[in-house]
Ligand binder design. Structure first.
Ligand code: HSE
Length: 430
């Protein structure tokens, strides 16, 4: 309980997101005080480069001594938006040791070391909130942790990376190749100078780890998430998807096995039907589809990145943490009681779209079909187009374990009559 005294907030980081947090805490001070029940004041802002101009940020709050700031006994809430593992992890630990609650957007740290953060929060009676770590402004973690706490979530399927969605959307609408679309994303500020974390799926995989842990009340680490990025998606993959009435999206897919005994988490590009709600998620937007026993299907949609939208999620968490300080309550802690094991990608049941360049002569189709049969993979549709002794064969399978589908493709590659595998992509959302 704070007896109406002002609540003091330490902000770690004042970049794209942090500067917006600082601005909103100041400009919305009256509303925040009314909503929290006590004034909310910025007590200090730790930065690496103090000389940089930060419009609207009071210069006297700036410090380079982040450790000193989080060690102050008068700090009630620490907002961490510096990202990365260190020094963020140590600063958050010190914050908890000093009794402060923590609001963070640090998906990498949560995906690597979430359980330790939760347990430190518990030990010191503090709160840990991180709505902004997944899908920016979209209220998603609080609905999963609180609104759906009485339900049973079976699947979370989403577009959780705006940069890659922008690139794939451009490839889809303009027929551009991957590098051309990446260039446009960079020029417009959607992709960073080094886009690896986004385009190789690391960012989405960290979010998938966080989402699956919360959705299934278990623990999933970044290393448990199967990850494939979008760098190998070609204009021809996108054109194939179009011909099937689909589009290509980088999806984060978290599932509980039908027998409820294990979970899987994966990030990879996939074809989804144009009729699926996620197909209409354009540009850098994010959307997450949640399937639960009682609630049925839910869709969360909005801006997954950007300073102001992400600051909105942080401010929401800040209000929650401050309200708890005022009332002496605590927010929800970790719920990982199921401790379900994470199954490998090979066990995931999925469908493949495979486009092969083959010799156009008698017996090739039956030879190819036999490979699928030998691996226990049932074919859904086959389309063949022949030209000058060569043919393109497009096979879409029924659902089968991913290991069987991968083995099928490997065997196909070894056939003399298969000149090349032009495209392989999983098909989701049906
Ligand atoms: N770089 C991320 C994206 C935003 O493109 O969605 C922060 O997670």
């Amino acid at each position: 309980m704070t007896d109406g005294r002002p609540l003091k907030v330490a902000l770690l980081g004042c970049g794209v997101v942090g500067s917006q947090v600082a601005r909103l805490v100041t400009t919305h001070a009256a509303d925040l005080a009314a909503r929290v029940g006590a004034p909310v004041e910025l007590a200090g802002i730790a930065v690496r480069r103090p000389g940089r101009l930060r419009e609207g940020v009071h210069a006297e709050l700036i410090t380079t001594d982040a450790q000193g700031l989080v060690s102050r006994p008068d700090i009630d809430v620490v907002v961490e938006v510096i990202g990365g593992i260190e020094p963020a992890r140590s600063l958050i630990s010190t914050a908890f040791e000093n009794g402060a609650s923590v609001v963070t957007a640090n998906k990498a740290l949560l995906a690597e070391d979430g359980p330790s953060l939760y347990s430190a929060a518990d030990k010191y009676g503090a709160d840990l909130y991180f709505e902004a770590a997944v899908a920016g402004a979209i209220p998603l973690l609080r609905p999963l942790r609180e609104s759906l706490a009485g339900d049973s979530v079976n699947r979370v399927l989403g577009i959780v990376n705006g940069t890659t969605n922008f690139i794939l959307d451009r490839m889809d609408t303009s027929g551009a190749g991957y590098y051309e679309a990446l260039e446009e994303a960079t020029a417009l500020g959607y992709a960073e100078a080094d886009p690896t974390a986004d385009v190789e799926g690391f960012d989405a995989a960290a979010k998938a780890a966080i989402l699956s842990g919360i959705a299934f009340h278990t623990r999933v680490r970044l290393d448990d998430v199967h990850r494939e990025g979008i760098t190998e998606v070609t204009a021809s993959d996108i054109a194939s998807a179009r011909r099937m009435g689909c589009t290509v999206k980088l999806l984060a897919i978290c599932e509980r096995a039908a027998d409820g005994r294990s979970v899987t988490a994966r990030v990879h590009p996939a074809m989804i039907p144009l009729t699926h709600p996620l197909a209409s998620v354009r540009e850098a937007y994010n959307a997450v589809f949640v399937e639960a026993d009682s609630a049925g299907s839910l869709m969360f949609y909005g801006q997954g990145a950007g300073g102001v939208p992400t600051a909105s999620a942080i401010l929401g968490d800040l209000v929650a943490a401050c309200r708890n300080k005022v009332s002496g309550a605590r927010g929800p802690g970790e719920s990982a009681y199921t401790m379900l094991p994470v199954s490998p990608m090979g066990d995931v049941v999925t469908r493949y779209h495979i486009s092969l360049d083959v010799a156009d002569k008698p017996g090739v189709l039956s030879q190819v079909a036999a490979v699928f049969a030998d691996h226990g993979v049932s074919i859904d549709t086959v389309r063949q187009q022949g030209k000058d002794g060569e043919a393109s064969l497009v096979v879409v399978t029924h659902r089968a374990p991913d290991a069987a589908l991968t083995a099928t493709v490997e065997t196909l590659r070894g056939l003399d009559t298969v000149r090349g595998v032009a495209s392989i992509m999983r098909v989701e959302g049906e």
